[in-house]
Design a protein around this ligand. Structure first.
Ligand code: ADP
Ligand code: MG
Length: 862
């Protein structure tokens, strides 16, 4: 131990405080990592791993990054899920031989504020969850926008759903919690006692300076309090206490929103496609916003459909206004386009981490407000005259606060094109601070004096080659060649001898030099101080600035949704509390955009109290899945306040949308997908209500034909007969047998996808029509897929033969009641069964022809 140097010991002490972080330790112009951290950093950042001697025969691994490039390295580590503790030198000079060093910031995925580490178009949530038996507390915060919310509820399923909605960058859980590991990209553990109610309450009360949590609505909500307290603690710890931007806490209830489980979010491709991209998602086609604030708000809305008709009608009114006023919409969007992110900027100022450019950008945002107000004022009059006043839009406009005092202040204080750091002078505009101007003036005078020195001295001494220069070691000097030495005046003091010249100084020159050099330091110091004061003054307006940012976001979203509606032919839906759904000429918002040569074929949906469950049969690739999803998306779009891709839509509010997609029979994560499918289906049956919308696509596919058919049959029966259920259901299936259900269950109706046959060709019309499909057209699909003509012809022959010999595939059980054995399945023909199970789409032509030869051998002989 005696070999350990003081700075090594200092490092080890810091590391002991942050054992789970990579410690970046400032040494001169570098941040160094040591030991295991160095191994990790070298591997993750492609750094050279070196080592430094550490006592006798000992070397410690070391890897470093230059201090000025640290941010990008930190960003990469954080993106990979690491925590990074930044340990700075706290002074210019060592104290007792050791540089004082402290951790000034801990970077984690959920707590970063640097624009380079954030996606401008989405929130960056830090979440905390505490599970106590069946009860759950969940809180989340985004320190870049000041959002801080908490809730509590029963059941882990809801927790999973909320986390799927929030998509947190980081999730905090107690040390003893090991079941939530999969729920976020980064999971961080805190000691259990950080989640204890007493501690959590205390930290919240102290931060907000209140005596009870009543004002936040969580006084009586122990789990919500515990989760919120843990978040606040973690923010304080990582930001070294500077969390001024967290100014309020909202307690919310999960019941106020449409619940969407993880599978449904994924299947409907709400914010990203199944391939993981924004393109190809609902958000991708809806998002026409032009500001970061608007983009974030729209993403929130898409993730969180509402159940409140009045609130949704307000949103529709706003969209309608911009839909009807196309010119105004264009003007507004042009003004908003590229507007600085007032929300995040304000929060950076509140956190004390803003740079001069940030503050200038606040001004730029504010200067646009009067323009926006003027643009909107003109047309809202226009609108009122159309006898359709939009009071909520007007109140929105009235919250657009130009904060003239702030804009003026910034304008006076901060120059245009302000720098993004403090290393150079020029952060504060001349004329703003008398103190600063004073120092600037005397510095300028001194510089002027020095600048005039050379001609003055040449004249005084008569030495025409006399030069005034500057270097880092000696400062300012006067240089005279050896030949002129005799002419040097008496007040020159010799400082340095060169080969052919001497350098001198004078006491006066040194005085001015000190003035200049001190002035530079003082100017930097004063500028920093004045800048901080300006930030504090701006911060005092934070509530008004944030309210304005919110109004900008809402206007941007409304105008953007109107733009999407106008460009893409959407119309305003009407919402009701009935459990019905009527859509005329509905389309799939994403698929219709992706079609190039073909036209999208619109379809109606009519679900009434009398017709709750629709069985949709039709060949592969005919458009069943598209129809199901578009119906769910139309309902969902209506419930986020968007116009919908249909000519007309009357949407009875859905409390939940469930989608389940039957799996292929591959193995997945150790469980068969069929098992997954059944678990998910069980969940629906347990949680759906009469008000839900169910999208069941080929449920039962992941098992053998008869099992699958039996399960599908039983599910429909259950949905139909259970008193709590009878939800609006669209069930697409390739089991033609299911069409028999309609005869037995009054609320079930059959639909199929129309097919046109032209000669021996089949055309999929993508049109949904009443009635069950009578054949599967599997062979026609094979033809479309490019199977050789001989194979297709032979298959048709075989099929024809088979149909002669076997009973028809559409079988209706004669009687059906529980307890009674149902005669659902005919005497099976093994060939038919095999044919039914054949996935023609996935076969190569060679496989298909081999199959045919095999059958021929087996069943026909020869
Ligand atoms: P299924 O589920 O019946 O196998 P899909 O819904 O997956 O069929 O549709 C297959 C393809 O058909 C889609 O990718 C799309 O290109 C096209 N399609 C589906 N519905 C329509 C429609 N209404 N109009 C135009 N093309 C459609
Ligand atoms: Mg399908």
């Amino acid at each position: 131990m005696s070999h350990i140097t003081p700075s090594r010991q200092q490092y080890l002490d810091v590391k002991a405080q942050y054992p789970d972080a990579i410690v970046l330790f400032r040494l001169g112009d570098f941040y160094e990592t040591f030991d295991d951290d160095a191994q990790t950093a070298a591997r993750e950042l492609d750094l050279v791993l070196t080592s430094r001697p550490q006592g006798k025969n000992q070397r410690t691994p070391m890897a470093g990054v230059p201090y000025h490039a640290a941010e990008s390295y930190i960003a990469r580590l954080v993106a990979k899920g690491y925590k990074v503790a930044l340990c700075e030198q706290m002074s210019e000079t060592p104290i007792n031989g050791l540089m004082p060093r402290e951790v000034v910031r801990v970077f984690t995925a959920g707590t970063v504020i640097e624009p380079g580490m954030l996606d401008a178009a989405r929130h960056n949530y830090l979440a905390a969850a505490i599970v106590d038996g069946d009860r759950v507390g969940l809180a989340y915060a985004d320190i870049t926008t000041g959002v801080f919310a908490t809730t509590q509820f029963h059941g882990r399923r809801t927790l999973t759903e909320e986390l799927a909605r929030l998509h947190p960058a980081e999730l905090l859980v107690p040390d003893s919690e090991h079941t939530l590991q999969e729920q976020a990209r980064t999971v961080s553990h805190l000691p259990d006692w950080r989640f204890e109610e007493g501690n959590a309450r205390q930290i919240l009360l102290r931060h907000f300076g209140v005596a009870s949590l009543d004002a936040f609505g969580c006084e009586q909500k122990s789990l919500a309090t515990r989760a919120a307290g843990a978040i606040l603690y973690y923010l304080q710890e990582t930001q070294m206490g500077a969390v001024g931007q967290i100014q309020r806490l909202a307690t919310y209830s999960v019941e106020g929103y449409m619940a969407l489980d993880t599978a449904t979010r994924a299947n409907l491709e709400l914010t990203e496609s199944l391939g993981g991209e924004r393109k190809g998602s609902l958000l991708g086609v809806l998002d026409k916003t032009v500001t970061a604030m608007g983009a974030r708000l729209l993403r929130e809305r898409v993730s969180r459909p509402l159940l409140d008709i009045a609130q949704l009608n307000n949103r529709f009114d706003q969209v309608q206004f911009f839909y009807d006023n196309a010119l105004l919409r264009a003007d507004l969007r042009a003004t908003l386009k590229g507007l600085p992110d007032l929300e995040r900027l304000t929060n950076r100022i509140l956190s004390g981490k803003a740079n001069p450019r940030d503050v200038e950008n606040v001004k730029i945002a504010l200067q646009a407000i009067p323009v926006i107000r003027e643009q909107l004022a003109v047309s809202s009059e226009q609108f009122t005259s159309q006898q359709s006043p939009i009071s909520n839009l007007q109140s929105l406009i009235s919250t657009l606060d130009p904060c003239t005092e702030v804009a003026d202040l910034i304008n006076r204080a901060i120059p245009d094109d302000a720098p993004t750091n403090f290393n150079k002078m020029g952060v504060i505009r001349p004329g703003f601070s008398a103190e600063l101007d004073g120092v600037m003036n005397s510095s300028a005078n001194a510089r002027e004096w020095v600048a005039g020195l050379e001609p003055r001295e040449r004249e005084r001494t008569g030495i025409a080659s006399l030069k005034v220069g500057f270097n880092k070691v000696f400062g300012y000097y006067i240089e005279v060649t050896h030949a002129n030495t005799p002419a040097v005046p008496a007040d020159y003091i010799r400082k340095q001898t060169l080969t052919n010249a001497e350098r001198y100084i004078t006491p006066e020159l040194k005085e001015y030099e000190t003035l200049i050099l001190n002035a530079e330091e003082r100017i930097l110091e004063i500028e920093r101080r004045v800048f901080t004061e300006v930030c504090q003054q701006v911060a005092a307006y934070a509530p008004r600035l944030l309210q304005t940012a919110q109004a900008i976001a809402e206007l941007d979203v409304a105008a953007g949704l109107a733009e999407a509606a106008a460009n893409q032919g959407y119309s305003r839906p009407s919402l009701t509390n009935d459990n019905t759904l009527h859509v005329v000429n509905g389309r799939h918002p994403v698929v219709e955009q992706s079609l190039r040569l073909e036209r999208f074929v619109p379809n109606d949906v009519h679900m009434t109290e009398k017709e709750r469950i629709q069985i949709i049969t039709g060949p592969n690739m005919s458009g069943k899945s598209t129809y199901l999803r578009q119906t769910a998306l139309i309902v969902l779009m209506a419930q986020i306040g968007s116009f919908v891709p249909a000519d007309e839509a009357d949407v009875g509010l859905a409390d939940r949308i469930f989608t389940r997609i039957g799996a292929h029979d591959e193995l997945h994560a150790g469980r068969s997908t069929f098992m997954v499918e059944m678990v998910e289906t069980a969940e629906i049956l347990n949680h759906a209500s009469h008000r839900s919308l169910l999208i069941l696509d080929e449920i039962g596919r992941g098992t053998s034909t008869y099992d699958g058919l039996a399960i599908a049959w039983a599910i429909v029966e259950y949905l139909h007969n259970h008193p709590r259920l009878k939800p609006r259901t669209l069930f697409a299936t390739h089991y033609h047998e299911l069409v028999g259900l309609a005869d037995l269950l009054p609320l079930v109706a059959n639909y199929n996808v129309a097919v046109a046959e032209e000669g021996d060709k089949v055309l999929f019309l993508h049109h949904i029509v009443p009635g069950g499909a009578d054949r599967s057209y599997g062979i026609h699909v094979a033809q479309l897929a490019g199977l050789p003509k001989d194979v297709v012809n032979r298959a048709n022959e075989l099929l024809h033969e088979l149909e002669q010999h076997a009973p028809t595939t559409a079988v209706t059980p004669s009687r059906l009641s529980s307890g009674q054995q149902m005669a659902l399945f005919p005497e099976a023909s093994p060939l038919l069964e095999e044919l039914a199970e054949l996935d023609v789409n996935s076969m190569s032509p060679l496989e298909a022809i081999n199959k045919l030869y095999e059958w021929k051998r087996r069943y026909v002989g020869g």
